[in-house]
Design a protein around this ligand. Structure first.
Ligand code: NAD
Length: 358
């Protein structure tokens, strides 16, 4: 019996979580869900969006699947997602982007894997609010050290990138490539401008690459990478990126395969694994039973593989592929027009997938 932490999340999270729970149960694997609420509604009730019980549950069960959680923009609590990744040292964010037959996209056969460093960079959460005493001290110190002038009305975010953090994510990328019979790893950076952070990322990735002569290695500057991806995604395979670029490029890659509705992800560390869709809580659709559950269901497929349930993963993925290819019981985002009256509901799509499970 697998005991898995299930975090339904908020916004449309609970709807897609329910759909995911049902299809995973329908594969027949023995699972007991340890349901843990987190997010904006919990913040109102418990004073924190991420109570300790949620973290304890993941630490107990080692594996979790989560729906998206809203993060207020600019003010309010810190992102639950970022906090979880840091507390559990989920240093790798793995986001495969593969086209399913039947999804309307500009490209037919995209098959990319984004491997994003998950704990450092501008997402480290080291920030100083404009006008605060700390910001003033930091600005003075930096102005003294560099001879440059940071304006006193500036907010500051710090971008740390370490050899340790880069080595382990680069190693993960090469090991992943080897294990999954991939041919190439591309390191993505802006080392021409940020010589000491992105430069270190590139240099470290290059050093790690020397240990994997069987895998091709190259690097790209992030802006060029974005352009290349929308022009010729077939040239790329596995990409390894610092946190911020990884976040942005994984949405771009999701766009290439038909949108956020079909883009799954995993946050992985040495000890714990948390599976979640790339997309957010899409709050404007909350409670409408409308959004696409596939990104979370496909995160569930990744989870099944992580658990060693390869057959169940394969069966579920095939059922998903078949529902998409048929195109009948799919949500609005996979229909030719978003207002298509024949669009399936979230739960309806889950039913169709269950119906295809053999
Ligand atoms: P979002 O991903 O929630 O939604 C953007 C748009 O993408 C939606 O309006 C919708 O058109 C489409 N979309 C998203 N998910 C879809 C689905 N399952 N099916 C069909 N269409 C879908 O991004 P946002 O609006 O920028 O963020 C909303 C909230 O989610 C924010 O508070 C943000 O911080 C949070 N967020 C959370 C996570 C996470 O929990 N891991 C990730 C990203 C954003």
């Amino acid at each position: 019996m697998y005991r898995i932490t299930l975090i339904p999340g908020d916004g449309t999270g609970p709807e897609i979580s329910e759909a995911t729970k049902r299809v995973i149960e329908a594969t027949g694997i023995p699972v007991e869900w340890d349901v843990q609420e987190a997010g904006i509604d919990v913040f109102e009730k418990e004073g924190t969006p991420l109570p300790q019980r949620v973290i304890d549950s993941i630490k107990r069960n080692k594996v979790a699947i989560k729906g998206p959680v809203t993060t207020p923009v600019g003010t309010g609590f810190r992102s639950v997602n970022v906090t979880l990744r840091q507390i559990l040292d989920l240093y790798c964010c793995l986001r495969p982007s593969k086209t399913f037959k039947g999804v309307r996209t500009r490209f037919d056969a995209v098959d990319l894997v984004v491997i994003r460093e998950n704990t450092e960079d501008l997402y480290a959460g080291i920030e100083f609010a404009k006008g605060s005493e700390d910001a003033e001290r930091v600005i003075h110190l930096i102005n003294d050290l560099t001879g440059k002038t940071i304006r006193p009305d500036s907010g500051i975010s710090i971008k740390p990138i370490s050899v340790y953090g880069t080595e382990r994510i680069a190693r993960f990328a090469f090991e992943y490539a080897r294990k999954n019979k991939r041919k190439k790893v591309t390191a993505v950076h802006k080392a021409n401008i940020m010589k000491y952070s992105d430069g270190l990322f590139l240099e470290t990735a290059r050093n790690v690459a020397k240990g994997y002569p069987d895998i091709e290695f190259e690097d790209r500057i992030v802006d060029n990478m974005c352009m290349q991806l929308v022009q010729k995604p077939e040239l790329y395979d596995v990409m390894v990126l610092p946190n911020l670029y990884g976040d942005i490029v994984s949405d771009l890659a999701a766009g290439l395969i038909g949108g956020l509705g079909v883009a799954p992800g995993a946050n992985l560390g040495e000890e714990y694994a948390v599976f979640e869709p790339v997309h957010g809580s899409a709050p404007k659709y909350k409670g409408l039973n409308k959004v696409n559950p596939l990104a979370m269901i496909l995160s569930g497929v990744m989870m099944l593989r992580h658990l060693g349930e390869f057959q169940a993963a394969e069966r579920l993925e095939k059922a998903v592929a078949s529902v998409i290819e048929e195109g009948r019981n799919v949500t609005y985002d996979l229909k030719p027009a978003p207002d298509d009256p024949t669009a399936a509901t979230t739960s309806g799509m889950a039913d169709a997938i269950i119906g295809k499970l053999i």
